[in-house]
Design a protein around this ligand. Structure first.
Ligand SMILES: Cc1cc2nc3c(=O)[nH]c(=O)nc-3n(C[C@H](O)[C@H](O)[C@H](O)COP(=O)(O)OP(=O)(O)OC[C@H]3O[C@@H](n4cnc5c(N)ncnc54)[C@H](O)[C@@H]3O)c2cc1C
Length: 411
């Protein structure tokens, strides 16, 4: 008999689960809260969709169960992402390990997934927000409810995403469904998100983008270091290096007010080299104002702000200026300290950290609380770094859950 599989959520993970289950001969229905599937995919990778990474490694993910995650990635690795999409007819290209559709259009990724759903006869029910789930009515079935509509399936995959970018449909309602089945949810925080800082003068440097190395400190201990293009906003810090450590900072900010970061805008210069440079530049002091003297080291807005922080007037003669103040400006270029006191909301986050702990599911991502119910994607306690890792997890977990939910290897 054909197995009936219901997929809650037609995002990256849900569509992959649907394709995998349907390829195994199951009769698959996607119940999607939005008026169409895959809305978030269109926004990924700035519209280009970084759908995977050839340098995939379990270390690029955060989860409470790293060994479990590693085993999942061994069962669906980077080659599987490549062959999955090539099998759908999508040409891929690679930049520094990151995988994109060759046409650089996220819509192409969604299109090939939609075409495959259609050709496999997967039914897609849109505007169908599921708000209730329970076992039954038969011994082994699952019932899903969306308002007054009721659906019965032999098994179900919950792939509702987390809370990131709720406008795309992932508003956290999947966690409520998991709770109805008896699951606990690990506290969530926005991940891959901009951070806010308490320094009142950030408006003056807003808009500056610069290559930098950023170090994150918690109570004097180095927590993380990231290198890349830092973006300064009027409220704080942004850019990929900031996104990468944002989830760690956000968990700390749940229990304390502030986390410190120090920013090195000249990370390629060794300490000695920098000392020499300062020495050599002394020749330039003569006849120049402080502003003229510091021109061209970093973005003008930053240099003016650093002079202000050091107590140096841009108009004063550099040669007559207090040497300690000159040194302080040089010091700020290497170690500018900011106090992170918050983050932008889930609206701006690319991922959601936390979720259903992996020890509450089997190796096939089946619920240990409700037989026949599987989970896939960001709803689980897995979030990755920027670089295609989160979508890889969606394809990987969608594949594992879809395969098991349609019969093979249940349990
Ligand atoms: C702006 C942005 C850019 C990103 N760029 C990248 C990138 O380039 N590379 C990368 O790897 N990752 C990227 N990500 C992260 C990646 O998109 C997500 O990790 C991934 O899409 C998660 O897939 P998912 O299927 O688990 O959840 P989602 O994609 O969030 O899909 C969940 C689906 O479930 C539906 N749903 C929710 N609740 C219900 C319910 N109760 N009933 C019915 N349906 C429901 C939602 O409407 C949605 O369609 C980006 C994210 C954002 C927001």
């Amino acid at each position: 008999m054909e197995k009936k599989v219901g997929i809650v959520g037609g995002g990256a993970a849900g569509m992959t689960a649907a394709i995998t289950a349907a390829r195994q001969g199951a009769k698959v229905t996607i119940l999607e809260g939005n008026d169409r599937v895959g809305k978030k995919i269109l926004a990924t990778g700035n519209g280009k969709c970084n759908l995977g990474n050839l340098k995939l490694d379990a270390q690029d993910y955060y989860t409470g169960q790293p060994q479990f995650l590693k085993r999942c990635l061994e069962r669906f690795g980077k080659e599987d992402t490549v062959s999955f999409f090539q099998g759908l007819g999508l040409m891929l290209k690679e930049k520094n390990g990151c995988l994109y559709p060759a046409c650089e259009q996220a819509s192409a990724v969604l299109d090939v997934l939609r075409y495959e759903l259609a050709s496999l006869g997967v039914e897609v029910v849109t505007d169908c927000k599921v708000n209730r789930i329970y076992a039954g009515p038969e011994e082994s079935g699952i019932t899903l409810k969306s308002g007054k509509r009721t659906f019965h399936f032999d098994s179900a995959v919950i792939a509702c995403g987390g809370k990131a970018a709720p406008k795309t449909g992932s508003d956290g309602s999947g966690f409520e469904l998991a709770r109805q089945l008896g699951h606990t949810i690990l506290p969530t925080v926005p991940a891959l998100v901009q951070l806010t800082c308490s320094e009142p003068y950030l408006k003056a440097v807003s808009g500056v983008r610069a290559d930098a190395e950023i170090h994150v400190w918690n109570q004097g201990k180095l927590l993380a270091s990231e290198r890349g293009e830092l973006q300064l906003t009027d409220r704080g810090i942004s850019g990929i290096p900031v996104f990468q450590f944002s989830r760690q900072v956000n968990y700390i900010l749940r229990r304390q007010k502030e986390v410190e970061v120090t920013i090195d805008f000249l990370p390629d210069l060794g300490r000695e080299e920098y000392d020499h440079l300062q020495n050599d530049r002394k020749l330039l002091l003569d006849g120049r104002t402080a502003e003229e003297f510091f021109t061209g080291i970093l973005h003008k807005k930053l240099m003016l702000q650093f002079m202000k922080l050091a107590g140096l007037k841009p108009t004063e003669q550099a040669q007559l200026a207090d040497v300690k103040k000159i040194a302080a400006v040089y010091g700020l270029c290497r170690e500018w300290r900011l106090h992170v006191n918050g983050h932008y909301s889930y609206d701006n986050a690319q991922a959601c950290a936390g979720g259903i702990p992996l020890d509450q599911v089997t190796r096939n991502l089946e619920s240990k609380r409700a037989k026949g119910v599987f989970f896939a994607g960001e709803i689980l306690d897995v979030d990755g770094r920027c670089g295609g890792y989160n979508l890889h997890w969606a394809w990987c977990s969608g594949h594992l859950a879809g395969k098991a939910s349609s019969g093979e290897m249940c349990g």
